[in-house]
Design a protein around this ligand. Structure first.
Ligand SMILES: C[S@@+](CC[C@H](N)C(=O)[O-])C[C@H]1O[C@@H](n2cnc3c(N)ncnc32)[C@H](O)[C@@H]1O
Length: 508
């Protein structure tokens, strides 16, 4: 069997029930994303230690925490394992799906069982598509300018791959799948965005080979009859592996021996990170192997027992957390917040879209297509390079102001908003600087830098960008402006009652 048996897997609990409070040191020097937090890519994940520290110090048990820009949803478990109730909103269906997965994990055993069944029912059929002219199963095809130039095969024993030259038969075999039409996922919708290398009319056929599309269809069919929580975990395993299944995996050539195990002059396999770049020299990787590798990674992080304690509602019409521990809503947050009663939430902990940094819906289009979701691009708050979307800095500022006003209405008096933020230009900070002029109850109380972000892949490296993200803290205060701040804030290294400022610029 090719999956790691549960008994052999190391239990890596990312979300242990906290025995002791999170210290300010842990928050300041967080660990990197491992276990469940590292399983699926999402751009702009925030370290769980800082989320935990803020939740512990801004709320008590039973309080409601709101994240209106959920993303991967890591904050949800930080709340629920600390007995806080949680409302999470995101316009991206993928984000709500991933959070539902985190709150309804299958057990290691049932996931393993499902994988072995899928292996029996689908692996052979998928592998047939990668049969070489000498009847072996290819693991990788190296493509150069539209031609297969090398085929890699995993040896039965040992680690060294076998490389063979493609024969005309291998090319014919590839071509026999090339006109395959996807049955189980929708085609992509793109705008003209050179920043992520997409254009209208670009389709799944530009991103995957016909045989990859056929094999992805087979995987979707093979997971379709499992109970919802298991099917979700299996589909997210597929989306998580989809970048490696595509034509976007670049080949690293002639790298000097700078990395352990990397032999000078040898071709190495890159990994898909962000955007839709289709390099001339790229790999086509066996879809079953991609799925199996991700599945084995997830298997290591799943709990021994299925958790049943996190009851989730997804009804966007009547938000009522009295009967539920978590409420997840796939919608524009301004619309969803508009349906919530005033003064219900004790703490808002969120990482909103940072102006033009990451166009989340455009980047998640591949995953949403595989999951079969359609997307509300109209209501996304973002600044996009795609001009036809008309998502400018000015509309961004007014939409974020709308969001802030609704959030402040649902926040209880003396409740805090902790907002993770960074943007390159002054204009994108405008709404934050104006809040106090528009709202008579929200007060900016201070900010602190999030040091980890300097090394993050999605940190903005363009000219003028700030090195760190910041957490900006606001409090809903009525007339009483002398309210004391908890020491937990002022203890944080770098805490300042000033707005973050760019080096060289004057603070306002
Ligand atoms: C910076 S990301 C959050 C990332 C998150 N901290 C994580 O750990 O993955 C911002 C999120 O805002 C969402 N978003 C954008 N416009 C929205 C809107 N109008 N309503 C709700 N969510 C929206 C995006 O889909 C994206 O997931």
């Amino acid at each position: 069997m090719t999956f790691t048996r549960p008994s052999e897997a190391v239990q890596q609990s990312l979300f242990p029930t906290p025995a002791t409070a999170t210290s300010v040191e842990e928050m300041t020097f967080p660990e990197t994303y491992t276990g469940l937090a590292g399983f699926h890519k999402y751009w702009g994940k925030k370290p769980t230690e800082s989320l935990a520290y803020l939740i512990e110090n801004c709320t008590g048990e039973g309080d409601i925490v709101l994240d209106p820009f959920l993303g991967s949803g890591l904050v949800s478990r930080e709340c629920l394992t600390r007995n806080r109730r949680f409302i999470g909103i995101d316009i991206n269906p993928f984000a709500v799906e991933h959070t539902s997965f985190l709150l309804n994990l299958p057990s290691k055993k049932e996931y393993y069982q499902a994988l072995t069944e899928i292996e029996q029912s689908a692996a052979e059929q998928i592998n047939t598509a990668y049969k070489t002219s000498d009847n072996r199963i290819a693991s990788h095809y190296l493509w150069e300018k539209g031609n297969i130039v090398s085929i890699w095969i995993k040896p039965e024993t040992g680690r060294n791959r076998i490389e063979i030259e493609p024969s005309p038969k291998d090319v014919d075999y590839f071509l026999s799948y090339q006109n395959y039409q996807a049955k189980h996922f929708r085609d992509l919708r793109f705008f003209t965005n050179s920043r992520i290398n997409v254009r209208p009319g670009m389709s799944v056929r530009d991103i995957f080979t016909g045989r990859a599309i056929r094999n992805i269809d087979l995987l979707i069919e093979s997971v379709s009859n499992y109970p919802l929580h298991l099917k979700r975990a299996l589909l997210l395993t597929l989306t998580s592996a989809s970048g490696q299944m595509s034509n976007m995996v670049f080949a690293i050539k002639n790298r000097s021996n700078c990395r352990k195990n990397a032999k000078a002059g040898k071709t190495e396999v890159g990994s898909w990170v962000i955007g839709f770049w289709l390099p001339d020299t790229h790999f086509e990787i066996n879809v079953w192997n991609c799925f199996k590798n991700r599945a084995n990674k997830l298997l290591k992080s799943l709990p021994e027992q299925r958790e049943t304690s996190f009851t989730i509602s997804k009804d966007p019409e009547s938000v009522d957390v009295s009967d539920y521990k978590a409420w997840l809503i796939n919608s524009d947050c301004r619309t969803a917040l508009g349906k919530m009663p005033s003064e219900t939430v004790s703490f808002v902990c969120t990482d909103p879209p940072h102006s033009d940094r990451v166009p989340y819906l455009e980047l998640s289009e591949l995953w949403n297509s595989l999951l079969g979701y359609t997307v509300d691009f109209e209501r996304e708050i973002v600044v996009s390079n795609a001009k036809e979307r008309r998502k400018s800095k000015s509309s961004y500022n007014s939409e974020m102001t709308e969001f802030f006003m609704e959030t402040s209405r649902v926040l209880k008096s003396y409740g805090f908003i902790a907002l993770y933020f960074n943007a390159r230009d002054e204009e994108s900070w405008r709404y934050l600087k104006c809040i106090e002029k528009i709202s008579d109850s929200l007060k900016f109380v201070g900010s602190f830098p999030i040091v980890y972000s300097a090394a993050s892949v999605v940190q903005d490296n363009r000219k003028g960008a700030m090195k760190n993200d910041y957490v900006l803290v606001y409090q809903k205060r009525l007339a009483d402006s002398r309210h004391q701040l908890p020491k937990a804030f002022t203890d944080i290294p770098g805490w300042s009652s000033q707005f973050p400022k760019k080096s060289g610029s004057k603070s306002k």
